[in-house]
Every structure is written in structure tokens, then in C-alpha cells.
Design a protein around this ligand. Structure first.
Ligand SMILES: CC(C)(COP(=O)(O)OP(=O)(O)OC[C@H]1O[C@@H](n2cnc3c(N)ncnc32)[C@H](O)[C@@H]1OP(=O)(O)O)[C@@H](O)C(=O)NCCC(=O)NCCS
Length: 150
């Protein structure tokens, strides 16, 4: 558990640079185009309701984020399923409970909107992420992802 010194709030367009920087620190590769697309949907799309949060220090520095979406069905009714697409904690702030705090608030936020199930994809041999999701009550899904290389 962290000592409550990190605050979780909804992500806003201004968080773009901080999110891209954390992602780069985690993956050791820069991918601003991916986040440009994600942020475009965050602020503009009418079909998807953003459910993205950031964790920040008392001085406002963003140290972690989670990005997800809820599909908005016909007549503006929320679907019962949501996705968790991207999650990252600044390596200097990992193992302080920030990931769990973000996850708990993400789940609480979605529950209030009527969501009953959250889907996410993890690389099959990414043991760190699988462990993290496992300790946050995620279990293997009953569907499997198929692909065909062309
Ligand atoms: C996986 C990840 C999200 C975990 O975030 P985190 O903030 O470190 O997670 P938590 O602190 O909530 O939990 C991690 C561990 O720290 C432990 N922990 C929590 N608070 C702690 C504290 N105060 N002191 C010591 N350990 C603590 C937790 O018990 C947990 O231990 P466990 O792994 O043995 O169960 C983070 O490591 C990450 O961003 N990884 C990279 C993700 C990635 O590859 N993203 C690419 C884009 S999708």
C-alpha cells in the first residue's frame, strides 16, 4: 500500500507529454503516434467513452496512468464491457502500490457506470504483467486471440 501521497484523477489532454514520457521510460522506446491516436479518442470520439486515469504526486507530477474505454452503444447507452488498453507506472515509482491504487479507482469508476467486465490483453510470456493482473483479480478469459501472419 502507498501512504496516500499519490492522487488519482481523470486523464486530460494536457497529460499527453507525461504519459508518453512514462511509456518511453518503461518500454525504452518512444511511440508518440500511438498516444496521439489514443488521446484523439480521449477528447473527441463520441462512440467511446474514455475511462483513463493518472496518478500524480502532491506537486502535480504524473507518475502513472491507466487507459481504457467503454463502448457507447446505440442511444448513448453504456455497454457492460470495457477494455483496459495501456498501463504504465514510472519505474522510479513502482512497487509503492500506485498500480493497485490506479486499478482500484479504474474499476470503481467503471462499476459506477454499469460495467460488469473488463478485458485486457497481455503478452503471454510477460510474467510481470500477468502477475500484476493476477493480484488485481484478473483471470484468463474463456476466449482466445487468434492471428494469421500474412
Ligand atoms: C506492472 C506495473 C503496472 C505495476 O505497477 P506498481 O505500481 O509497481 O504496482 P504495485 O506497487 O501496486 O504492485 C507491485 C508490487 O509492489 C508491492 N508493493 C506495493 N506497495 C508496496 C510498498 N509500499 N513497498 C513494497 N512493495 C510494495 C505489491 O505488493 C506488489 O507486489 P507483488 O508483485 O509481489 O504482488 C508496473 O510495473 C508497470 O508499469 N510495468 C510496465 C507496464 C508495461 O510494460 N506497460 C507497457 C504499456 S502497456
Amino acid at each position: 500500500m502507498n501512504d496516500g501521497s499519490f492522487k488519482v484523477r481523470l486523464m486530460k489532454a494536457d497529460d499527453f507529454d507525461a504519459v508518453v514520457a512514462i511509456d518511453e521510460k518503461v518500454l525504452k522506446a518512444r511511440r508518440p503516434e500511438y498516444y496521439e491516436m489514443k488521446f484523439e479518442r480521449l477528447v473527441r470520439s463520441r462512440d467511446y467513452v474514455p475511462a483513463s486515469l493518472v496518478a500524480e504526486k502532491a506537486d502535480g507530477t504524473v507518475v502513472g496512468f491507466v487507459m481504457g474505454e467503454i463502448y457507447m452503444g446505440e442511444y448513448g447507452i453504456f455497454q457492460e464491457q470495457a477494455t483496459l488498453d495501456t498501463l504504465g507506472i514510472d519505474p522510479d515509482y513502482q512497487h509503492k502500490g500506485i498500480g493497485k491504487q490506479l486499478m482500484d479507482e479504474f474499476v470503481g469508476h467503471l462499476k459506477k457506470l454499469g460495467v460488469q467486465k473488463i478485458y485486457t490483453l497481455v503478452t503471454w510470456n510477460d510474467s510481470k504483467m500477468i502477475h500484476f493482473f493476477g493480484s488485481n483479480q484478473f483471470t484468463p478469459s474463456r476466449t482466445i486471440n487468434l492471428e494469421r501472419v500474412l
